[in-house]
Design a protein around this ligand. Structure first.
Ligand code: PLP
Length: 358
């Protein structure tokens, strides 16, 4: 794959792009005007008149065709509702294969739901959750964890989205003081909201610290597959095997239509979890479609291929813009996210055709 950077001058006002993170490969050609940064496998672009290539979120991408096919295949005849169907059983079995025999998987609708239900299982109303300031639970869930878990989030500033034992240790204060909330959970995101990745030994150090203080370690793994691809490790090597207590395992950003999995690793968290999920409105009635999607993702290596492709596209973008005048990439590009500082005038112009977050 060659990277081409073209300016509009002299050429037709058309642009093509690859960067369909979360998809195996999809190339779009956009007939809008104004965009001039072109990343394209030469000679392969196809035309989708009027399509928007979104850089803002991996959720701008569609679902993988294999996932859609699995949903269609599961659509035959009737199946027992509420997850007591063979597709869900198979998906749960696959999740146990990936995370280990003690894993207790529960399929849910979305990532906020996965995070909230796990935190509900871990916390009582006087507990607190320590997380990075940039954590999705803190910055992007509209207060759902505070509202539905009923707990305080203590958000810690980090330069790269990663908590460290030092940062956490400093925040574990006033333990046993009835006037203060009691730290109960350390929540990290893997890969982080800033596109960085924890090494297994970094996760282990956080788990050991949390457990020393009778706390749980939760991993928001909306992009856990991207971390696995970046680390070139199986999922359990940087979760189950290093002491993580529960994982929100992302499906949507990895090619599903919708759907995430709660994976409980500390056995006591499973007690009553079925009711936590139901009360949190995360139990799907036609559960077979969730089961079928996860089965398509996890039965072979679709989850890993898609994540590795997304990571590679981020590397491609970062390499293409690094060194351009007025562009500074601010974080290590380890997963499928690129953070860069751009000249505001350039941002405004690019955003007309290429949505991305500011
Ligand atoms: C780190 C992280 N966690 C969780 C989520 C889940 O969000 P949603 O509730 O939209 O599925 C997202 C989505 O952007 C995310 O980036």
């Amino acid at each position: 794959m060659r990277v081409v950077v073209r300016s509009r001058s002299g050429g037709a006002p058309r642009c093509a792009a690859v960067l369909d993170v979360g998809r195996e490969r999809r190339v779009g050609e956009h007939a809008g005007s104004g965009a001039w940064l072109v990343l394209a496998p030469v000679g392969r672009a196809r035309s989708y008149a009027g399509c928007v290539k979104g850089f803002a979120s991996d959720n701008y991408s569609g679902a993988h065709p294999q996932v859609l096919a699995a949903v269609a295949a599961a659509n035959d005849l009737h199946a027992v509702a509420y997850g007591a169907d063979p597709w869900t059983a198979r998906a749960e079995q696959l999740l146990r294969e990936h995370f280990g025999g003690q894993a207790r998987p529960y399929l849910v609708w979305n990532g906020t739901g996965a995070n909230v239900t796990i935190l509900r299982a871990m916390c009582r109303p006087w507990h607190a959750v320590l997380c990075a300031q940039s954590a999705h639970i803190n910055a992007d869930e509209g207060g759902a964890p505070e509202f539905l878990v009923g707990c305080k989030l203590i958000d810690l500033p980090t330069p790269d989205g990663k908590l460290t034992p030092e940062l956490v240790e400093r925040a574990v204060v006033r333990v046993g003081d009835e006037h203060a909330v009691q730290p109960r959970v350390v929540s990290i995101t893997q890969s982080t909201e800033l596109g960085t990745v924890y090494r297994p030994e970094e996760v282990r150090a956080l788990a050991e610290l949390a457990h020393r203080h009778s706390m749980y370690l939760h991993v928001d793994g909306a992009r856990l597959a991207n971390a696995a691809a970046a680390l070139e490790l199986p999922l359990r090597a940087f979760t189950t095997d290093v002491g993580v207590d529960a994982v929100s395992f992302g499906g949507t950003k990895n090619g599903l239509l919708y759907g995430e999995a709660v994976v409980l690793l500390a056995p006591e968290l499973a007690e009553g979890f079925a009711w936590v999920r139901k009360q949190s409105m995360q139990l799907a009635s036609k559960g077979r479609y969730l089961g079928a999607q996860f089965t398509a993702l996890l039965e072979g290596d679709l989850w890993l291929r898609s994540a590795a492709h997304a990571n590679a596209m981020a590397q491609l973008l970062a390499a293409a813009v690094t060194g351009l005048a007025g562009v500074r990439v601010t974080q290590r590009v380890q997963a499928n996210v690129v953070f860069a500082v751009l000249n505001p005038a350039v941002s405004a112009r690019l955003q007309r055709d290429w949505p991305f977050y500011l």
